[in-house]
Design a protein around this ligand. Structure first.
Ligand code: ADP
Ligand code: MG
Length: 958
């Protein structure tokens, strides 16, 4: 419930005790309107439920709604009729005591619907065994039967209950509904013979005509058309909603079969219903003596047949009256007017008593024969306060009943409040309230009350009239502060009260009653003559209803007023020993329209339902009370000490909390288990603070939650990554294992091949040998000799020695061939010269062997002379040869002969070089010297300043 404290601006408060202006009727109506406009039809006043008839289906009575309210603490959820039902049920189960739910309100306010909802709630949510299902079904199906016989269409309500109903639902120790009992109050019998414009008789008549099988109707002597029956056609609405009647007939017929009605019962019952219709159609005429006669006895015959009486006796009883003089009986004829009265009285009596029989019959089918102790929840669906333009005897009884119930409510509420204060150890503050005992006494007090005066007037010998009754009232209770008549009222009040009227000041307001018909209705006389006829009926139901003992009893039966007073007395006695819950029903408009909120009408009902008074009593002390745990649970976030958890006793937590948020001492009291808050504004301020802090909390919770989510996601990813990694490692490891296994095989094969390498080629060594071959060949590629003189060769493995030899030879041959192709002519000549040299010197001259290594260089010996006439001759030896001593410089007289001889010897003409000016020569290897040639007057050879050898010769004439 606190959940919607926040929405109070829009939808009002869910509990009227939280209204700041709790004494203002306007504030009350405003709150009701706000909620009604949002289709919130229920509101609490403490534990009392106020319900506004929505006149539309709201979808709030589903099974899931029922489940929602099951076993939930009363204030946790929005107000609902299910919460009331569940609360009563839980308390009954846990405390094993009896309860009742009092539902009151105007006609059409939704009382009967509420009681049906409660019954359905129990039917659906209570535990159930298969064998007890039948009890449950009977409880549920008793409703349509009672409604058919006791409800009618009125201007206010298409399905108006015309009787008060109290229904006990009995539960066994396990909380299973096992039986029930119904008490009916004051069925509106007058409706059988008369209906106002626009209203109808009881549903059953129309249902029988619309839905009854043709044979049944023929058997009952009925026609389908309701307009043919006087009792059905006064309201001129007889034809309306015949379709519903037909469907409802089916429901009712089905219900009859479930609640133990035999065929004979039904035959008798519908015989009575039909005979009432026939009764209505009897016409009386006046004979010359002014006595009543019945010209057409057709209807009489049907009634006689259906009720099992003699037609002539019936006719007699309807047109004559037995008057008992002291010792003898005198029979005197009736006027047509009296006959009509007698006929109607018979119809009413027959219907009224049949209804009572019906209730008893249903009760006998609901009775639970098991004698173990039962607990009960009673549902009281009873007419609310009625104030019309003209109020008669019925309104007087109804309002008296409400007065009594209001007394019960106020006393019980006060008592409950007081008990709660006491239990919580809080000082009781006396509450001023209007005690309506004074009005109850005015009506019911023995010998002095209005009912007693009325009874007296009824039995008084002599001509008693409604007027004389009024005079008696003035005489006996005229002084009473709550009683007023035109005569007693001052000149001011006179206008408002008629001559035949008296006014009572009820707790809910003034009501003026017209005394017309009071005596007759209170007497409710059925002529003895007719009673006798009915007692002798062969219809079993009637025989049970009209007992012969009644005829023999000479005492007057109690009057209607007294009967009602007595039954009300026993009802209250019954209620007093049960725990109460209350539902107050309000109807929002007179036109049965949804979403129409008639302020005037509602104010009126608020007044007559005593809601403001009830609220005042509830609010006199404290507006709000909650158990410490609940209060702390909701508001603990407002104080750092109690948030997020309070580990001490909840009461101390609450104390700490309210100290922190600054409650002033007059605003609250701390009981033993509850906190009591005096003003709604204190609670609302707390609620607003909570609303504010909630946003912060939400943000924090959200952040934490998001963090959690993120972390969870991260952990998930990490786990996934680890798994992937592990898998991948596994894959790699497996591959490595494979690789090694492969390597081991290879190595093993290699070793095996090596071991068997000397054997002829076989599978064991084949691979190895191929490998060795390949390996040797590939290696050899890098070690092939580069020239013919290179004798190196890669050493072959044993198995390849032969191949290696062949290869070496081939290779050598190839090198030699290449070499031979590459030798120049010059080199060949030189080699040939070497061969000559060998022939000359081999073995004969020392140093020859050394000279072998050097190539035979022809260029090494050259001869240079100058172009002048000197005799200088230079023989050049090879400058690269370090062992030479240098070039030989010779001087000879016969230069030409010497040079020529040399040239011829060597057969190389171009070895002579004739130079001009100077020539270069090696003094020692690497060290060069120059000889400069001049001409001069005389021959001369010397070393000049530069160390150069200078040769001067004499120029000769040629
Ligand atoms: P009462 O018994 O107080 O005279 P009913 O309970 O018969 O009134 O209600 C009169 C009509 O109002 C019902 O037939 C139904 O159409 C309507 N009604 C009453 N209560 C509700 C409800 N809670 N939801 C929807 N319609 C409702
Ligand atoms: Mg009703």
């Amino acid at each position: 419930m606190e959940g919607t404290l926040t929405a109070r601006d829009k939808v009002g408060v869910q509990d009227f005790v939280l209204l700041d202006a709790h004494t203002s009727e306007s504030a009350f109506v405003d709150n009701l309107r706000k909620r009604f406009n949002e289709n919130l039809i229920y509101t609490y006043i403490g534990t009392l439920l106020v319900s506004v008839n929505p006149y539309q289906e709201l979808g709030i009575y589903t099974v899931s709604q029922m489940e929602l309210y099951q076993g939930v603490s009363f204030f946790e959820l929005p107000p609902h009729v299910y919460a009331i039902a569940d609360n009563a049920y839980r308390m009954m189960c846990s405390e094993l005591n009896n309860h009742f739910i009092l539902i009151s309100g105007e006609s059409g306010a939704g009382k009967t619907e509420a009681s049906k909802k409660i019954l359905q709630y129990f039917a659906v949510t209570c535990p159930m065994t298969e064998s007890l299902q039948i009890a449950r079904d009977r409880l549920l199906l008793s409703n349509p039967v009672l409604e058919a016989f006791g409800n009618a269409k009125t201007l206010r309500n298409d399905n108006s209950s015309r009787f008060g109903k109290y229904m006990d639902i009995q539960f066994d120790f396990q909380g299973i509904p096992v039986g029930g009992h119904i008490i009916s109050y004051l069925i509106e019998k007058s409706r059988v013979v008369y209906q106002n414009q626009g209203e109808r008789n009881f549903h059953i008549f129309y249902q029988l005509l619309a839905g009854g099988e043709a044979e049944r109707l023929a058997h009952l002597g009925l026609e389908r058309d309701p307009r043919l029956y006087k009792y059905l056609s006064q309201g001129h609405r007889a034809k309306e909603s015949s379709l519903n009647d037909k469907n409802n007939w089916k429901t009712v017929s089905n219900a009859f079969s479930v609640i133990d009605f035999t065929k004979a019962d039904l035959e008798n019952l519908f015989g009575i219903i039909a005979s009432v219709l026939h009764l209505g159609n009897i016409c009386f005429e006046e004979d010359p003596q002014g006595c009543a006669t019945v010209p057409d006895t057709h209807e009489i015959k049907w009634i006689a047949k259906l009720l099992g009486v003699c037609p002539s006796v019936l006719l007699d009883a309807l047109t004559h009256r037995k008057i008992e003089a002291k010792t003898e009986e005198v029979i005197c004829p009736l006027t047509p007017g009296h006959s009509v009265y007698a006929r109607d009285a018979m119809a009413k009596a027959v219907y009224g008593r049949t209804f009572t029989w019906l209730v008893n019959k249903i009760n006998s089918s609901l009775v639970n024969k098991d004698v173990t102790k039962k607990t009960v929840i009673g549902l009281l669906d009873i007419y609310g306060f009625e104030v019309f333009d003209k109020n008669g005897f019925e309104q007087f009884c109804i309002n008296y009943c409400n007065e009594k119930l209001q007394q019960l409510l106020i006393e019980r509420t006060l008592k409950a409040e007081q008990a709660e204060y006491e239990m919580e150890g809080i000082e009781w503050e006396p509450i001023q309230y209007f005690n309506n005992k004074i009005i109850c006494d005015l009506v019911e007090e023995r010998h002095k009350g209005i009912i007693s005066i009325l009874d007296e007037e009824c039995i008084r010998p002599g001509p008693a009239t409604d007027l004389s009754f009024l005079e008696k009232l003035e005489e006996k209770v005229g002084e009473h502060a709550h009683f007023q008549t035109r005569k007693l009222a001052g000149p001011k009040g006179r206008k408002r009260i008629g001559w035949m009227e008296f006014q009572l000041l009820h707790y809910a307001g003034e009501v003026t009653y017209c005394t017309k018909g009071f005596l007759e209705k209170n007497n409710d006389l059925l002529y003895r003559h007719l009673k006798e006829v009915l007692c002798r009926s062969s219809n079993r139901i009637l025989r049970e209803c009209f007992l012969v003992a009644e005829l023999e009893n000479r005492r007057r039966p109690p009057t209607v007023g007294t009967q009602f007073k007595n039954s009300l007395g026993s009802l209250l006695e019954m209620l007093l020993c049960k725990e109460p819950s209350y539902i107050r029903c309000i109807k929002p408009n007179d036109t049965k329209e949804p979403s129409k909120f008639d302020d005037f009408l509602i104010r009126h009902q608020i007044k007559y339902l005593g809601l403001m008074e009830h609220l005042r009593v509830r609010r006199a002390g404290f507006a709000y009370r909650r158990r410490y745990e609940h209060f702390l649970q909701r508001y603990k976030s407002l104080c750092p000490d109690t948030w997020p958890h309070w580990h001490g006793p909840p009461g101390e937590g609450v104390e700490r909390l309210i100290k922190y948020i600054g409650y002033r001492p007059e605003e609250y009291k701390l009981g033993k288990t509850k906190i009591f808050i005096r003003f709604p504004r204190t609670l609302f301020a707390t609620e607003d603070a909570f609303e504010f802090s909630k946003h912060q909390l939400v943000a924090r919770i959200q952040a934490t939650y998001k963090g959690r989510l993120g972390r969870r996601e991260y952990v998930k990813k990490r786990q996934a990554a680890t798994k992937l990694e592990a898998h991948w490692r596994g894959v790699l490891a497996r591959r490595e294992v494979q690789r090694r296994r492969w390597a081991v095989q290879i190595i093993r094969r290699f070793i095996k091949g090596f071991i068997h390498r000397h054997r002829p080629l076989c599978p064991d060594n084949e691979e190895f040998i191929v490998f060795v071959r390949k390996n040797y060949i590939l290696n050899l590629r890098n070690h092939v000799p580069k020239n013919v003189l290179d004798k190196s060769w890669l050493r072959p493995p044993g198995i390849l020695e032969h191949a290696s030899d062949l290869l070496r030879k081939m290779c050598m041959r190839n090198l030699v061939r290449k070499y031979c192709h590459g030798v120049t002519d010059e080199r060949r000549a030189m080699m040939q010269q070497k061969v000559v040299t060998s022939e000359i010197f081999r073995g004969k001259k020392e140093g020859y062997a050394d000279s072998l290594r050097q190539p035979f260089a022809t260029s090494r010996i050259g001869v240079s002379t100058s172009s002048l006439s000197d005799g200088i001759l230079v023989i050049h030896v090879s400058p690269e040869d370090n062992k030479q001593k240098g070039d030989a410089v010779l001087q000879c007289e016969h230069t030409f002969e010497a040079v020529t001889k040399l040239v011829m010897l060597v057969k190389k003409e171009n070895m002579v070089n004739v130079v001009q000016g100077s020539l270069q020569f090696y003094i020692t290897p690497g060290k060069e010297g120059t000889i400069v040639f001049h001409t001069g007057p005389e021959e001369h050879i010397y070393k000049d300043k530069n160390g150069q050898l200078t040769v001067v010769s004499v120029r000769r004439k040629s």
